[in-house]
Write a protein that binds this ligand. Structure first.
Ligand code: BMA
Length: 315
């Protein structure tokens, strides 16, 4: 059987979360992180208030499709003087990576100096502790690997290049999650569906073929930006080495709720769950307005990401 070019199937009740599902007044809910915790599915939602600033709110589910959203925000922009100047305009686009019993949450801190990558953690989804502002400004899309490699924490991120005109995925290492270095370019945009910017979408998953992660590619068109999704494989021992990636996008905006909203033509996965039967379930922001869920066999994504490795430009 041949692997379909677009292997993802949307849930029949998409969008599974909209602003109407948030128990307090807000503008939108989108770009949510996901994990399993004590037999429940957890979503950490980016909720944008009517003031245009975002915060993070928790939602829980037994089946991963119907979520109970908490009454109040879980993480608000910090008033700690170390973080406050950098979170003043909001906290955005969380991703969750479980390392042992700790759930690390990478997110974008947004303030007057621009966006920067931040890291927090929890062990119980009650208490949230900030760990570090891990990058300088003009950086987004930080995702952490679920294991240390050679004793180092490893993170993908996306510094803006040339005054924001380009955006490549970079990889960096840290002994302690606070001090980051050895940064180098991993993948850059290419002519075609991702001709403008790339950014990591979901945290890497260990597979037999390498670390698999989803990324978004941005195409600039005559009527705005198109956000679509690809997948890449990195070497297990040396994640600085790209093994392969999908030559085409594997998910993109098609449905009305993805084509229309505050920012049209955007699908933006931040959350994923690998089900015991090998299904990869992704949670994605649609048009910066609501949240959808889609599923694909993990094996098919790996197959697509293994194609044509010889054509990979890394710079
Ligand atoms: C990116 C991020 C995302 C957003 C996307 C589309 O730069 O800011 O939060 O979903 O743009 O607007």
């Amino acid at each position: 059987m041949t692997t379909p070019r677009i292997p993802f199937v949307r849930h029949e009740h998409n969008p599974i979360l909209t602003a109407n599902d948030i128990p307090y007044e807000c503008n939108t809910v989108f770009n949510g992180a996901a994990c399993r915790f004590r037999d429940q599915y957890v979503l950490l939602l980016r909720v944008e208030g009517l003031d245009g600033h975002s915060h993070l709110t928790l939602a829980f589910s037994d089946d991963g499709y119907t979520f109970r959203v908490q009454e109040k925000p879980w993480v608000l922009p910090s008033d700690d003087p170390e973080f406050e100047p950098y979170e003043r305009y909001g906290i955005e686009d969380p991703r969750i990576t479980q390392v042992g019993d700790t759930y690390y949450i990478t997110y974008t801190a947004y303030g007057p100096h621009g966006p920067r990558g931040a890291i927090g953690r929890t062990t119980d989804f009650v208490h949230f502790e900030r760990v570090a502002l891990a990058t300088e400004v003009d950086n987004k899309d930080g995702v952490l690997f679920p294991e240390t490699i050679d004793g180092d924490y490893v993170m993908l991120d996306r510094p803006a290049g040339f005054g924001g005109q380009s955006g490549s995925i970079w990889i960096a290492r840290s002994p302690d999650l606070v001090h980051w270095g050895r940064a180098r370019v991993l993948m850059s945009s290419r002519a075609g569906w991702s001709n403008s910017k790339l950014g990591a979408s979901t945290p890497p998953i260990r597979t037999e073929r390498g670390w698999l992660f989803l990324y978004h590619g941005v195409r600039v068109t005559g009527s705005g930006r198109l956000y679509r999704v690809g997948a890449a494989l990195l070497d297990l021992e040396c994640p600085e080495r790209v093994i392969g990636y999908t030559p085409h996008f594997i998910f993109g905006p098609e449905e009305p709720y993805e084509r229309t909203g505050d920012v049209p033509n955007v699908v933006f996965p931040c959350g994923q769950i690998v089900e015991p039967d090998g299904t990869l379930r992704i949670y994605y922001g649609a048009a910066d307005t609501c949240i959808g869920v889609a599923e694909a066999p993990l094996d098919e994504i790996i197959e697509l990401a293994s194609r044509d490795p010889a054509t990979i430009p890394t710079t």
